[in-house]
Design a protein around this ligand. Sequence first.
Ligand SMILES: [Fe+2]
Length: 365
Amino acid sequence: MNFTYHLPTKIFFGSTCIADNIVEFSFWGMRPLIVTGRSSAKTSGALADVETVLKQLGMEWSLFDRIEENPSFATVEDGGAAARAHDADMIIGIGGGSALDAAKAIAVLAVNEIPARKLFDGNFPAQPLPVIAIPLTAGTGSEVTQYSILTDTERQTKRSFASRALFPKAAFLDARYTQSLSRTITINTAIDALSHAVEGYLSRRSTAMSDHLAIDAIRHFSGMFNALGRDSLTLAEREELLYVSLLGGMVIAQTGTTMIHSLGYSLTYFRHIPHGRANGLLLAEALRFMQPAAPGKIASVLAALEIPDIDTLKKTLSSLLGPEQPWTREELHTFPEIALQAANIANTPRIPDQNDLKTILAASC
Ligand SMILES: [Fe+2]
């Protein structure tokens, strides 16, 4: 047994965890820039809770609430400029994966005046500002990872950069903030979390530690299939999903993702299919492809999900996700071609070629 495990993020989980841990905000700075999207931080109540804490601590904060879904280079560059204009010494990211990933990029760009595309070279001399992460969806796990995923229009895909300096210093997970999510967003993000756990479990970089977390995440998810099929979820069920999402993030921080995320990026970039839905559409056929290389682990995934076989998993996911328009001939050619350039494809236990990806994609709608 030979592994490393690194998770420098302090995790606070539970209702009112922000108000109950005010002092944690004071460790990292006095002039925060809050990075978020246009509305979810407000409608969820998370922004009001954070502002109450900052007021109590006498902090001067500024709000950058312009993060769009799948954030662009221009947006995070603007965020970096906003941080410098405010003389920010910390970043508080509030939102789904897009806002949290943008918060990390902005933490780097605030102190390194470089174009956002240079982030992918991993070469930023000044240490990023400390980040506090408050997820508003149960899916991304970005609150406990060293990754930031941005949209690269030049390469026509989503791309991630990683640095151990990007791990948030603290993460506050309060499932009440996910209660205002629509059923569709709840399902899509939950399936992203499941995909993180499954992909991390199958990754070539998986370890005994990450496997333990992944299987626990998958087991917790198995009880949620019925809940996700209903119109509304209880707070306890939303806590379960937030826990799965947290564990999924802890897993991929160690293992990376696999071909499912590689191919899913094209579905999101070109078809505007939400990230979690893209993974969910591909999951069953990708498992079928990987099965010869990892039969024992795939059996363990199905057992943890309490699902008898891959066909049943496909039907279960389809019933949650609903149908997708068939892929065009051009999409079946281009999406696999672009996916093969993604770094995470190398984590897949059975490495696909373009034809394999085309077959998986063709069978996934
Ligand atoms: Fe993901």
